[in-house]
Design a protein. Sequence first.
Length: 380
Amino acid sequence: MDFKLSEEQQMLQDTVARLVRGEYTFEKRLQFSATEAGFSEDFWKQLGELGLTAVPFAEELGGFGGTGVEVQAVMTELGRGLCLEPYLQSIILGGGLIEQAGNDQQKQQWLPGVASGELQVAVGLQEPQSYYDLNEVATRAEQTAAGYTLNGRKAVVIGGHNAGLLVVSARTSGDVRDTAGISLFAIDPNAEGVERRVYPTIDGAKGCDVILNNVTVPADALLGSEGQAGDIIEYQAGRAIAALCAEAVGVMETTTELTLDYLKTRKQFGVPIGRFQVLQHRMVDMMSELEQARSMAILAASVANQAQGDERRRTLAAAKNVIGRAGQFISENAIQSHGGIGMTWEYNFAHYAKRLITINHQLGDDDVHLERYAALMQAS
């Protein structure tokens, strides 16, 4: 198979790479993280002006009709820059849920703004007790004469503190762990009864818990058919997993580059420590893991927009497992190669290592996806 990017895809990746290199230094990232938004609003605006926020959307909705490969090109470069902007949450996951579940009116109402970057979407699918299981939904939506009333709590909603629209899952029927009975709702984050408790995450971003206390929404806040959102959530989570894999490759590439540079410059006993055989072997092992991760990220991108099926599920589970394991291996061995300096706040490497660990835990860690892959293989 030919894994080379087309000329247009390469131009897209080069555009993102130049933007990140020119605008997103490590020192600026620390400043962005400390702001109220938790990221650079100017950089987000530039992503929109260059059309990068429109990549995955259909042309009739203001997008470019990009596939998983185009998304991979963008996410890899954002990973290399360790960018804090909510591209995954707003564009891939939030926009994807609205595009798949929403009716024509809802799509026209929200997606052009999402595609231009003017409207940021945050997604609340996980809950404090759910442990990676997006079907475990305790939040309830009760139908009323005016629409629906929502009660519950969503955990670790990245970008939720700054979003202009919240998309949350809520149960309209069934038991807490039932696959059926889950619905999606688009909520104004400033609506009465919505409480957001903001906190920093270990990788420098900002998340929040969204607490819904008798939040009343109109009937047209329902995305898709009532109780039929389970399959839609699974599909869009798969697209987000593929995007995460691409981002992780960008993070791993920079992590290995930083480690190799350190081994070449740090001296002990009068010679660079990179001449020590044990560290050379460690570096080779890290590069081997990176190559495996890169291959699996390409495979995940190739199936991200395919129709749902067990083959797609197996591929994405395998990719997330390999990516999570590789990220853990590379970050741990890079820390060992750096010594104490590898964990200092002022050195950018430490932040790359934290991002790799966080990616492993987003949308299921390597152990969870290994179990899913095994279950799918037994069922086939």
